[in-house]
Design a protein around this ligand. Structure first.
Ligand SMILES: [Zn+2]
Length: 125
């Protein structure tokens, strides 16, 4: 998203709304600082674990959270490279891990199942 008056809070609101629409209104997000190319600041995005609902389990390594996306405010140099005036425009970008999205959507508790090539498992979808 690139426009005038786009803030970090806008990014948080979009991400929170997105995960709540995907996984339910009680889903929470947690952002932790992380370096990514092309954004400043960058964050790792986590959502409450679908299996234990934040209590801690084997899947979330007892943290209650699952990391499913990276995000950040677009770096001014990226805007300049796109011939966009960084003094007038701001923006944010994000990307979700596809396997994590599928795990959360279908309550799959072991990512290795998705990469196993086992057609008995994969044909369920
Ligand atoms: Zn858990």
């Amino acid at each position: 998203m690139i426009d005038t008056n786009i803030s970090f809070n806008d990014m948080c609101g979009v991400l929170e709304t997105m995960v709540q629409k995907l996984y339910g209104e009680d889903t929470k997000i947690r952002l932790r600082p992380k370096y990514f190319h092309f954004v400043e600041p960058g964050v790792n995005g986590e959502v409450t674990c679908f299996l234990c609902h934040g209590q801690g389990c084997k899947l979330c390594k007892q943290t209650g959270w699952l990391e499913i996306f990276g995000a950040g405010m677009v770096h001014p140099n990226v805007l300049k490279a796109g011939k966009v005036d960084p003094n007038k425009y701001q923006g944010f970008a994000f990307g979700f891990g596809l396997t994590r999205l599928v795990m959360l959507k279908y309550n799959i508790d072991d990512v290795r199942l998705l990469q196993s090539g086992d057609l008995r498992f994969l044909n369920q979808f």
